[in-house]
Design a protein around this ligand. Structure first.
Ligand code: P6P
Length: 351
């Protein structure tokens, strides 16, 4: 019996509701929510996904090529630059500057902002990033990551030259933010203000695939995460807060987990709850972490997942930056841990 050329075969529903959603598909679906939004935003984010795929390929081979180890160069932070830092920064700068919607870039690795398409009327966005955070963990096969923060240009006149201080915007002005964590798997976590979504890289096909839709930070966890070596040299309120966690006064006795790579430590806090702290101490009186490209993207993700982030006195996203590489204390966690932290800080201020 020859096949009937006019017969249409129904697709199995399992294929119609395909579980495979790439980050590109997700972004296109997301931006349909914004009337009149062109594909510029998703094209910009594709620059980040491309760069981080190139970075992860190098991170995965760090021990197999001569890229391992320090480059012997001291960066603007006064830190010994690992070769992968340099490579990661070049990949982010190259990929993002190829997007004509990007007016300016600011990187942890560069002292000053980098002009991309600063005078083009299409260049609506500024991207701030740390290309490889936690890079001191590379030589010991620890998790590292890339952070990014996307801002709209502050200037009304997009055809005018972009000014360096346009990058100094409060974190609440972020259009989108997120990070990529290079761990046992590579995962992109981002928010554009409509939930927080995680995409795991399928190395076989080189696609970020939706694996954690609409991430919600648990109201409480069982871990706190900080470098306790400095606790004695931090303000008393931090010591009293951690002592409360030890004594189980929040309803459970907390255990400690600390990798020494902010993105990996925060990623655990985001997925299973708890609190991450980098308080001020005598070595870092303003805190160690950078406001623009570490604290702000993390705080944006935390808040859109139901948590919160503070510098000990203010909401991180409300802080008006004064300089690109400005440092800040950072405490970020679930609702219960942050409520207890804010109460401790308020009691301290009242004494
Ligand atoms: P410490 C990595 O160098 C980093 O910037 C963050 O990723 C991390 O949270 C912090 O420093 C670790 O600092 O003082 O505990 O080594």
């Amino acid at each position: 019996m020859p096949p009937d050329p006019n017969r249409i075969v129904e697709l199995p529903t399992r294929l119609i509701h395909a579980p495979i959603i790439t980050v590109e598909q997700h972004l296109l679906r997301e931006q349909r929510r914004f009337a009149g939004v062109s594909g510029e935003f998703s094209w910009l984010v594709s620059g980040i996904t491309l760069a981080t795929k190139l970075i992860q390929a190098k991170v995965r081979r760090a021990g197999l090529s001569d890229i391992l180890g320090a480059a012997g160069i001291i960066n603007v932070q006064g830190e010994v630059q690992q070769k992968l830092d340099i490579y990661a920064n070049e990949m982010m700068v190259h990929s993002l500057s190829a997007r004509d919607s990007v007016a300016m870039l600011a990187s942890e690795e560069n002292e000053h902002p980098l002009l991309a398409h600063g005078g083009s009327p299409n260049a609506k966005y500024i991207v701030v990033f740390d290309p490889l955070d936690g890079s001191s963990n590379i030589d010991v096969c620890g998790s590292v990551g890339t952070t990014f923060s996307i801002l709209r240009r502050a200037s009304e006149r997009l055809d005018s030259a972009v000014m360096a201080d346009e990058v100094l915007q409060r974190g609440c002005k972020q259009v989108a933010a997120g990070y990529v964590v290079y761990g046992p798997s590579t995962m992109l976590v981002y928010s554009a203000g409509n939930g927080v979504h995680g995409f795991t890289l399928d190395p076989a096909v080189g696609a970020y695939v939706l694996s954690h839709p609409d991430i919600r930070m648990p109201e409480h966890g069982k871990y706190y995460s900080m470098n306790e070596a400095y606790l004695e040299r931090s303000p008393g309120a931090y010591r009293r807060y951690v002592a409360r966690l030890h004594r189980g006064e929040l309803g459970r006795r907390y255990a400690s987990r600390y990798i020494g790579s902010m993105i990996a430590d925060f990623h655990r806090t985001l997925l299973i709850g708890g609190v991450f702290l980098y308080p001020p101490n005598d070595q870092h009186p303003q805190g160690k972490l950078r406001l623009l490209y570490e604290a702000n993207p993390i705080a944006f993700i935390a808040e859109h997942a139901g948590g919160s982030a503070s510098d000990g006195h203010r909401r991180i996203l409300d802080i008006q930056p004064e300089s690109i590489h400005q440092r800040t204390p950072l405490v970020v966690g679930g609702r219960e841990e942050m409520k207890a932290f804010e109460a401790e800080m308020a009691a301290d201020s009242a004494t």
